[in-house]
Design a protein around this ligand. Structure first.
Ligand code: NAD
Length: 475
């Protein structure tokens, strides 16, 4: 609140404005007071009310953020979570939005917008990927950062969640432009990242190459090599064996456990996968290797559906993509739109591409026994309600794709210790950690008699809320 003195000085400032300026007719103090009038929030705490264009909390607003907070609210209700923690855990702790120039190959300069959102600092440093996509936004990063918090808490990793990205069309960037963009984005983020602050990792359209550039840029700034500032690096730069495959492999480990529980024989099951990048590709290869039949798969260019009963030849698909860059034109299969692979009859649907692809529009048409979310946020709340009503469980992203951040954690620990583990150790630890998280989720499913997502989130939220309670509020 402004004091009387503040009001006086504000009036003095207005005297400097010319006679005919419209502000002379306004009362600036009243306007300020109107903008920042305290009110009781929905959670019963005082918050400043901003009557300007941006309502309180709405800077994060996006379909994805609404989805994430709705899921949080359901789990919080289930837990009977105290109002204090609903407020403290719901919105991200901090965010950085940057606009920066990049010199393009043509000689012209383009401006890009980048984001980094850190959801909670309660559990340790923050952790989460950064992505390159045309629709990256603050709201999207906020939602993804919140899911990262729950994922890390569910897996028992000593991190809060973060997420970032640059709004761009990655396919339009040359390698040199991509490097300049990555280095500048890294430089912009330096005040808030670091091995003990926030540790980025790969996500959509980013991988080992981008992590190497990011690590090098950070290291050049501080004056010595800091491998632990990012994970998902090339092996020779302090990356870990097994990181590249970790997310897809983790999806398969979790799926094996779910199939055992649902009495589905995975070795012979039909699987449809949307997304043929890092996660979808690894999952497809691993499932094919254990005998499952990949009956449909898609990338952004096309969906391919097996014509026979035996499923697609994944090795042949790999060869085709290596040679042609995408699935478009692959000869030995029927071609459909990328989204249509989700509706191919099968036992298991794996969305492994982008968010919000299973919606109220197609949920009725899914013809499977279960959905396992390899992508982040692929199922809308409306779609999930329809699927659950149809008896199709959705194994949530925070459990299903947690293999990536788990092996990222292993990489960070190895970087901090300057000591590396072998592949066997990584795979064993990954399987053990995912099995333990799976056990915590199934315990909650059985105990609370709820769906998998609510169970997983309630386990995670309870852990973070307990940490916040024990730390108290500074000062
Ligand atoms: P990627 O860029 O390697 O691959 C993405 C794939 O999806 C590509 O095949 C692309 O062509 C395809 N795709 C894009 N838009 C599509 C569309 N509209 N329809 C069908 N296919 C489409 O990315 P990735 O690393 O495999 O990540 C995939 C998903 O998994 C993302 O949601 C990401 O957030 C999530 N994820 C990734 C990791 C990781 O370690 N990489 C970890 C956890 C979660």
């Amino acid at each position: 609140m402004l004091s009387a003195t503040d009001e006086g000085s504000a009036r003095a400032r207005v005297e400097l404005v010319p006679e005919d300026h419209p502000i002379r007719n306004a009362n600036p103090v009243r306007a300020i007071l109107r903008r920042y009038r305290p009110r009781m929030s929905a959670h019963g705490l005082d918050v400043a009310e901003d009557e300007g264009a941006v309502a309180p909390g709405s800077e994060w607003d996006s379909d994805l953020y609404r989805m994430a907070t709705k899921q949080f609210d359901v789990a919080a209700e289930l837990l009977g979570l105290d109002q204090e923690f609903r407020v403290r855990l719901r919105d991200p702790r901090r965010a950085l939005v940057v606009n920066f120039p990049v010199r393009m190959d043509s000689g012209r300069t383009a401006s890009f917008t980048g984001y980094r959102v850190q959801h909670t600092l309660t559990m340790g440093p923050t952790k989460g990927g950064f992505r390159y996509a045309p629709d990256v936004s603050l709201g999207e990063c906020a939602a993804l950062s919140m899911w990262m918090t729950w994922k890390c808490a569910l897996l028992g990793l000593p991190y809060g969640g973060a997420k970032g990205g640059v709004r761009c069309t990655p396919a339009d960037l040359s390698d040199a432009e991509r490097e300049r963009l990555t280095r500048r984005y890294a430089a912009e983020l330096i005040p808030i990242v670091g091995p003990d602050q926030d540790i980025p990792a790969p996500d959509l359209a980013t991988g080992e190459r981008e992590m190497a550039w990011f690590m090098d840029t950070y290291s050049q700034q501080v004056g010595y090599t800091v491998p632990g500032v990012v994970t998902g690096k090339p092996l020779v730069l302090g990356g870990t064996t097994g990181r590249r495959e970790a997310t897809g492999l983790g999806v398969v480990y979790v799926l094996e456990a779910v199939c055992e529980r649902m009495q589905i024989l995975l070795r012979d099951a039909r699987v449809a996968i949307q997304g043929y990048g890092n996660v979808g590709g690894v999952a497809a290869r691993e499932l094919h290797a254990i005998g499952a039949r990949v009956v449909a798969i898609s990338d952004a260019s096309s969906g391919v559906v097996a014509s026979g009963d035996r499923g697609l030849n994944v090795a042949a698909l790999d060869l085709w993509v290596a040679e042609h860059g995408s699935l478009a034109g692959y000869p030995d299969a029927e071609h459909v739109a990328p989204a249509d692979v989700l509706e191919v009859p099968c036992e298991v649907v794996i969305p492994a591409a982008v968010s919000r692809v299973i919606t109220a529009d197609n949920a009725e048409r899914l013809d499977c026994r279960l959905v396992i979310e390899a992508a982040n946020g692929p199922t809308t709340a409306e779609a999930e309600a329809i699927l659950l009503k149809r008896g199709i469980p959705v194994i949530p992203d925070v459990l299903a794709n947690a293999g990536g951040v788990t092996v990222s954690y292993f990489e960070w620990v190895q970087d901090q210790q300057r000591y590396s583990w072998d592949e066997l150790e990584i795979h064993e630890r990954l399987r053990r950690q995912l099995r333990a998280a799976y056990g915590r989720v199934t315990d909650a499913v059985d105990r609370l008699q709820v769906d998998w997502r609510s169970a997983a989130l309630s386990v995670a939220i309870e852990r973070v809320a307990e940490a916040a309670r024990l730390r108290g509020i500074y000062p």
